[in-house]
Design a protein around this ligand. Structure first.
Ligand code: KG4
Ligand code: ZN
Length: 358
């Protein structure tokens, strides 16, 4: 079974081909970094125009890199939500056109499902497993019970972790994209103890026994520290110290929330080989991985984190989720509508103030 996957929900134009032997035959990602850099963040209209301009050639490249022709495809998947509607429409309509012209199934994929099923592509993981999904738009803890069956145990009440990285980086004067740049700068810390003495930050939600998150207070605390520094350009040492403390604090919060989830997972599922999957763009962060790895070991969990080329948005995760859906008999009609909001667990109760992030 050979599936083409298309990803256009945010600022990556991506297409990839995977097969049911868990092989990635091609994986083409065009990042729109340059287009959005001057604005310090993703501009939806610019993103949609860039997807429109590049998607055809990215799909062609994915097919030719895999040494295939369009006639070899058994299905075509596209991210149909959640995400920016302009980009979603472009990817979805291209996939529908290919499906209609080749008379093959169309598979509407939830972007978050793409992130959380990647562990089955890379590590052949079996259900159920626990998931910490940390991206630019979402921060959630879920249990993946089966393809299409996800229980959401926690979500953010305000900003997502990636969003908090990006906004805090901006406050520190770091260029877009904030997350990876902040991680790079944090490595320049000279003395973590004095950094903590100078810039302590709150650890939101850690006093609660649940699995929810809140990051807006953390961002505000970063702003207060920056405002309290002497006027003018921030000193590189201050930026490195603040970036270090910020990153370490986010990692602590994510580990604290995951710990509650791990205890609950053990109690409710009694798994033989318990696994915590960390996925989404923020899961590229090494400090976060190290902290989660330590935590997992202490609870006899396996930590499963995707290889770095699959942490950020890509077509392979969408192709794989499409393949899993097709194998489970779940295809989508050609009149499927893109969903800017598309909760993975429709039964999860809305959190007060969670807005579109739930
Ligand atoms: O999953 P993703 O590529 O797109 C969404 O679905 O949102 O995640 C993007 C987010 C951005 O906020 C980006 O700053 C963050 O992931 N990110 C990182 C790192 N690499 C990407 N955050 C912290 N450390 C990193 N190394
Ligand atoms: Zn993503």
């Amino acid at each position: 079974m050979i599936i083409l996957g298309i990803e256009t929900s945010c600022d990556e134009t991506a297409a990839a081909i995977v097969n049911d032997k868990r092989e990635i035959l091609s994986n083409v990602v065009l990042s729109q970094l340059k287009e959005h850099e001057v604005f310090g963040g993703v501009v939806p209209e610019i993103a949609a125009r860039a997807h429109m301009e590049h998607l055809d050639s990215i799909i062609k490249a994915a097919i030719s890199d895999a040494n295939l022709t369009i006639a070899d495809l058994d299905g075509v998947a596209a991210t149909c939500g959640p995400g920016l509607i302009g980009g979603l429409m472009i990817g979805m309509m291209s996939a529908k056109a290919i499906a209609a012209s080749q008379n093959i199934p169309f598979l509407a994929v939830n972007h978050l499902e793409g992130h959380l099923l990647t562990a089955r592509l890379t590590d052949n993981l079996t259900f159920p497993y626990l998931v910490l999904l940390v991206s630019g738009g979402h921060t959630q803890i879920l249990v993946a019970e089966d393809v299409g069956i996800y229980k959401r145990w926690g979500t953010t009440l305000d900003d997502a972790a990636g969003e908090c990285f990006d906004k805090s980086a901006k406050l520190m004067g770091l260029p877009y994209p904030g997350g990876p740049n902040l991680e790079k700068i944090a490595k320049n810390v000279e003395n973590p103890i004095t950094a903590y003495d100078k810039f302590s930050l709150p650890k939101p939600m850690t006093q609660h026994k649940n699995c929810d998150f809140s990051f807006s207070g953390l961002k505000t605390a970063v702003r207060t520290h920056v405002d309290n520094l002497p006027e003018g350009d921030l000193a590189p040492k201050d930026i490195a110290d603040l970036a270090y403390v910020f990153q370490d604090t986010v990692a602590e919060v994510l580990a604290n929330r995951s710990e509650n989830a791990m205890k609950r997972f053990i109690a409710e599922y009694k798994p033989i080989n318990p696994t915590l999957v960390v996925c989404g763009g923020v899961s590229a962060n090494q400090t976060i991985r190290t902290k989660l790895d330590k935590l997992a070991t202490s609870y006899n969990f396996e930590l499963c984190a995707p290889p770095l080329k699959l942490t950020g948005d890509n077509g392979a995760m969408i192709a794989w989720a499409g393949l899993e859906n097709l194998r489970s008999g779940k295809t989508s009609p050609l009149d499927f509508k893109a969903k800017p909001r598309w909760p993975l667990d429709p039964r999860a109760e809305a959190r007060h103030g969670a807005g579109v992030k739930a």
